[in-house]
Design a protein around this ligand. Structure first.
Ligand code: PMP
Length: 456
């Protein structure tokens, strides 16, 4: 029999991987996990500094989620929600999400991934504007460096070149505006407040240039995740929302990463004062244990859709596995655990420990900016701290530091030269110290090599 690595190289088509190099470098085989740690084939342990893909909020080995899945699996392993069928797990989960989310008169439509829910949001917005007799109001604005998924429409919203180059994207009707990264995009002498105003003015200019009657919605992650963990200035969303209201443009909050406590409140929308018309959640909804996502829409978004579907005879959208009973049962148990263990209180206490630790790294010669909120953050590596000069991308410094961190037993993710941290929400102070200690070894090694090579 072939080894897992051999079979992987022979047959597994990897997402987000350098496919040309993969046959030589091979995969990293993860076998199991416990708490905030995962283990490889050789038994070496790693602190999972990104909670897998920002999702495993309760860490590995949470038996209550296993039991919830097994119980539901025995009782009703599959049923769907088409043609007015329903089941208790999906219904109770919809009820809970409608109660938790800051979305008025909410209705909840389930899917299996963040991409699907964001894609569905675009479809609903188009459908609604047709129903309202505004067939030209269809353009959607996202931000440079946004991440909203990888379907044809959501990869078009995603503002990262790697998701579009070679894929014939973006599609029509998708526009991008600047992101709220003050440290990188603020101009000389500009305060954070002035920068936020400038971003809102740019948005307004874009809407006016396109024609307000053609612009339907604005998508935003409260904290941008895969774009490098970008925390907006305090007044940014208030200014942006004033523009959106003025031109009747809907706000879609993509809470796929920020939902369920990551920023210290239940939703990033609450932390940053967003009043979304639609909201998408996934990842932490089931602590990543099973695929499930939800699109939460306000009553005023739902009503015209309802009327139109009534006229057509059916609402022509839905995924076979949307609201899967086993995933929904696991999500319900996840929400119960968040409440019982006061996960928000824990993030409130422990988030500042991570943030202080990251800010302390700012003293390191390679770190240009340390940023974050709650249990999400990043450090951005630069060639020249004073000038904030980025490294030549060909040097792939971020990826090199992440590889070194992995050798020291901490799994992180590089977004260019920004290195992201989003550990399981259950992480302890001691584990944060250990994670950052291991990371610092990687930074020191990288700095030594770069200095020896005369790069810094
Ligand atoms: N939105 C955000 C903010 C995300 O971070 C992600 C995934 N990282 C997605 C959407 C897409 O989710 P999925 O990978 O489940 O399709």
């Amino acid at each position: 029999m072939t080894s897992v690595s051999e079979a992987d190289i022979a047959h597994l088509f990897h997402p987000y991987t350098n496919l040309a190099r993969h046959p030589e470098t091979g995969p990293m085989v993860i076998t199991h996990g416990e708490g905030v740690r995962v283990f490889d084939e050789a038994g070496k342990d790693y602190i999972e500094g990104l909670a897998g893909l920002w999702c495993t909020a309760l860490g590995w080995g949470e038996e209550r989620l296993v039991a919830a899945a097994a119980e539901q699996m025995r009782k009703l392993p599959f049923y769907h929600l088409f043609t007015a069928k329903t089941h208790e797990p999906a219904t109770r989960l919809a009820e809970q999400l409608a109660g938790l989310a800051p979305v008025a008169d909410a209705k909840v439509l389930f899917a299996c991934s963040g991409s699907e829910s964001n894609d569905t949001a675009i479809k609903l917005i188009w459908y609604r504007n047709n129903a309202l007799g505004k067939p030209d109001k269809k353009k959607i604005i996202a931000r440079e460096r946004a991440y909203h998924g990888v379907t044809i429409a959501t990869a078009s919203l995603t503002g990262l070149p790697v998701n579009q180059r070679g894929f014939d994207l973006p599609i029509d009707r998708i526009l991008h505006t600047g992101n709220p990264h003050y440290w990188r995009c603020g101009q000389a002498g500009e305060t954070e407040e002035q920068f936020a105003s400038r971003r809102a003015e740019e948005l307004e200019q874009l809407i006016l240039a396109e024609g307000p009657d053609t612009v339907a919605a604005f998508f935003a992650e409260p904290v941008m995740g895969a774009g490098g963990v970008i925390v907006p200035p305090a007044t940014y969303f208030a200014k942006i929302q004033a523009v959106l209201k003025k031109y009747d443009v809907l706000l879609v909050a993509d809470e796929v990463i920020t939902g369920f406590g990551r920023t210290g409140q239940m939703f990033g929308s609450q932390t940053f004062g967003l009043q979304p018309d639609l909201m998408t959640v996934a990842k932490g909804l089931s602590s990543g244990y099973l695929p499930i996502s939800a699109l939460i829409v306000a009553g005023h978004v739902y009503e015209p859709i309802k009327a139109q579907a009534g006229e057509i005879g059916s609402f022509g959208h839905g995924f076979t596995y949307g609201g899967h009973p086993v995933s929904a049962a696991v999500a319900l148990e996840t929400l119960k655990i968040y409440a019982e263990r006061d996960i928000l209180g824990h993030v409130g206490r422990i988030g500042p420990v991570l943030q202080r630790g990251l800010r302390a790294l700012q003293q390191h010669p390679l770190v240009g900016e340390a940023r974050g909120i709650g249990l999400i953050g990043a450090v951005e590596l630069v060639a020249d701290k004073d000038r904030r000069t980025a490294f030549d991308p060909k040097l792939a410094i971020g990826a090199r530091v992440v590889a070194k961190a992995q050798a020291h037993g901490v799994i992180l993710r590089a977004m260019g030269d920004a290195i992201a941290f989003a550990p399981p929400l259950i992480i302890s102070e001691a584990d944060i110290d250990e994670m950052l200690g291991r990371f610092r070894l990687a930074l020191d090694e990288a700095h030594g090599e770069l200095a020896a090579a005369g790069v810094v």
